[in-house]
Ligand binder design. Sequence first.
Ligand code: SAT
Ligand code: MN
Length: 611
Amino acid sequence: LIPPAPTRSAAKPVKPGSVNAPEGADPRVVAWVASVAELTEPADIVWADGTPEEYQRLIDIMLEAGTIVPVPKRPNSYLARSHPDDVARMESRTFICAEDADDAGPTNNWRDPASMRQVLGGLFDGSMRGRTMYVIPFSMGPVGGPISKLGIEITDSPYVVASMHAMTRVGTAALEAMRGTTDWVPAVHSIGAPLAEGEQDVAWPCNSTRYISHFPETREIWSFGSAYGGNALLAKKCFALRIASVQARDEGWLAEHMLLLRMKHEDGRVMHLAGAFPSACGKTNLAMLQPTIPGWKVETLGDDIVWMRPGEDGRLWAINPENGFFGVAPGTSEKTNATAMAMMEHDTIFTNVALTADGDVWWEGMTKEAPEGLIDWQGRPYDPANGPAAHPNARFTVRAEQAPSIAPDWEEAVPLDAIIFGGRRPTQVPLVLQARDWEHGVYVGSTVSSQQTAAAEGTVGEIRRDPFAMLPFCGYNMGDYFSHWIDMGHRLGRHAPKIFSVNWFRRDADGGFLWPGFGENARVLEWIAGRVAGTAAGVDTAIGIMPAEGSLNLEGLDLDAEVVDELFEIDPKAWLTELVDVEAFFGQFGHALPTGLVRQLNHVRWRLEHV
Ligand code: SAT
Ligand code: MN
């Protein structure tokens, strides 16, 4: 059996020295680490302190092991090539182990916690033999911040430790904050590749048996077999979304799969906006957008996760709990995201991108043509017959402070004005619409759908419902999650942010994108800012409020009037068919589905049938 999470009662005392614990570590932390070490039997235990010296040591270890190679063209930058079959999140191997299957809900893989503890106990037994076990104390949000939370990840992967340095606030301050409390999330990760005496290691050790397991009641995470970011950086999707969404339900806040940005105008107008999009739908590009319309500027606050709490003033306050960006490389270019290109010029860990003959990185979409002499993501001379040079889910890992667009006060909470929901929809969904009210907004969020991307296993291109872009990340019954969102609206009342739907991905009959996207998306954000301020006109339609003629700024944009019409076209027949699908999707939640969503669905249908 895997050891239990630390409880409030005093733990059986363990000598800190026996697990190399720093002076002053909470005895329950020490006892828990000792219990994990007893199970996994590492050769050595190292507590991460988060210092640059430690980061350099990790880099040296990975260079020596062949896990990473230098990227000579970029100072302090490296390329990791993963095992070819360890490249994305594995939703089919992701489990929510609630006591009651109903609490995991119909959209999660449920496993009984007792039997999962047994399975994991077998897998983790001796799984770190011959390896160093790293203990990583970390904080999501600034240590001690009003919306922040603490955790400890144990891992036997130096790649994970180095990535956690960029993605979270690692080290002594977090460990000190755990003194006298058990309010921290215990998270254990093993690549599941013990080394026998004298055995030669491989560059990217992992195990084909994989479990990414969450125990929502005890707030524990146990992940086995994969070293890929979303499966192994347990602070990210596992904690900051799956476990945190459960904490948020219980404590009255929201943990969401969203970007966070501030849009400012020279004349003093400011809007704070959070946006939920499925993985690999352009959250990073939007968070770093360079507006094409004069006067506006975007400051980046976060690109993947937002934690939000009602403040004393009644408004919804938001932080990005992360410390860095783990973004999709392919498609990123000077044209699509010059900010990201600038932030990756140094101190970046690339994973599964291609290497150029002159020692730089490359991926599809960076330039039109692939340069001569490429080495592909698997370390072979590039041959298009083998597929793309960079894996479609190739990633970059960088600290947030490296983004030229990062807001100077990015670690502080901001009051939210607007929330947007989007996905990849080649047809039907208009460029932008506003929800009539909060409940309608929750309906819009709950019906988000998108074409599958390479960020997770599955058939790329297939359309699936991905409510709130949280389908793979909600740690409890999604029906209850919808109710939690509706309740939040009641609590916020007139202070609630306005809710919108956007779709940058609508295509014409020939398959070309109708909307130029990227920097031009600022036009849509400007209209949203106008709606928030009460200055932009809208027209009520069956599915929501759309920009009134002339209220969306299209000045200087080379778009035919027919294209604009197509971007906003509502096909009632297609929408009525869509509602059949929504109804079937809702049906799986049974009694957990809030009546508010049924009311919204019926209202939209009535409007479609009668206008
Ligand atoms: O791999 S991650 O889950 O961290 C990124 C994503 O898929 O959104
Ligand atoms: Mn994501």
